[in-house]
Design a protein around this ligand. Structure first.
Ligand code: AMP
Length: 286
């Protein structure tokens, strides 16, 4: 496995792969890798001739400086994991290598067709501008045939699909296919997240109430008199009743438009919860 830190080295390797007619899979990550990331990488290794994994804590998608500073980083451990599951190339640039000073300090403009106005986009202004900025740059540099993203970040996935489907970009990214990968959970149900590393053992136990409540809500949604608004309130109340947890939002929305819905057909419930100072997200499809 080769670790690449500059855009020019990356482009040289990509050129050689393309010249040898190899298909390329890309898995963008921010590192502090866990079995959730590994599931994406395993798919990319299986489906393509070569697999590139980017490990880059993208500063432009953090609207909270403390969150950025505290984001876990461990490139040595990440490299070991990636080597053990067969990734061929790791791209781990510095922010200065990735962006000019101007790019770092100006918001990347993009037409989200409203997909950034709800949930994560509403709570973290500018977050998805940074996500689209980094992902479009990675697509440009790596020219993947397939790129792998987790349903854990469901709104991000919807926005990436929108970005690739937009006609002006379809030409840019050729026949790029976005592969949706299911959420990987601990046996307890807790969705794996790099941010879980910041939880104490006790907080991790407390956080279990999030997935437990989401799973319970599948049953609540099947009750004879169930309404979307009723289930939404019940989820929020159940999580907030647990000491140490505070719901930021729980929205039940259409899986495609991300707009609020009043039916459970094609609906997904997306939650953000503070467990102490750590912000956790999860979701469930109805
Ligand atoms: P991140 O490093 O948090 O930016 O995540 C990189 C990719 O891994 C994103 O596409 C995430 O959606 C995906 N991912 C993170 N956690 C999980 C998980 N528990 N299950 C599946 N995919 C995940």
């Amino acid at each position: 496995m080769q670790i690449i830190t500059t855009k020019s080295d990356l482009q040289a390797v990509v050129k050689a792969c393309k010249g040898a007619k190899k298909t390329i899979g890309l898995v963008p990550t921010m590192g502090a890798l866990h079995a959730g990331h590994a599931s994406l990488v395993k798919n990319a290794v299986k489906d393509n001739d070569v697999c590139f994994v980017s490990v880059f804590v993208n500063p432009t998608q953090f609207n909270n400086k403390e969150d950025l500073a505290k984001y876990p980083r461990n490139i040595e451990r990440d490299a070991q994991l990636l080597q053990s599951i067969g990734a061929q190339y790791v791209f781990a640039p510095t922010p200065e290598e990735m962006y000019s000073a101007e790019e770092m300090n100006t918001t990347f403009e993009f037409d989200f067709a409203g997909l950034d106005k709800v949930m994560e986009g509403k709570m973290r202004p500018g977050h998805f501008n940074g996500v689209v900025q980094v992902v479009s740059r990675l697509f440009y540099l790596v020219q993947p045939d397939k790129a792998y993203f987790g349903e854990k970040d469901f709104q991000q996935l919807a926005i990436i699909h929108h970005m690739v489907e937009r006609s002006s970009m379809a030409g840019t990214f050729g026949a790029l296919q976005i592969i949706d990968c299911p959420i990987v959970r601990e046996e307890s149900g807790l969705a794996l997240s790099s941010r879980n590393e910041r939880l104490s053992a006790e907080e991790k136990e407390t956080a279990l109430a999030i997935s437990k409540t989401l799973f319970a809500s599948l049953k609540w949604a099947k009750e004879a008199d169930a309404t979307v608004a009723g289930v939404q309130k019940r989820v929020i109340d159940a999580i907030n009743a647990v000491e140490g947890l505070e719901v930021e939002y729980y929205e039940i929305v259409d899986q495609k438009t991300l707009l609020p819905t009043n039916t459970f057909a094609n609906a997904i419930g997306c939650v953000t919860v503070y467990c102490g100072p750590v912000r956790l997200i999860d979701n469930i499809k109805y």
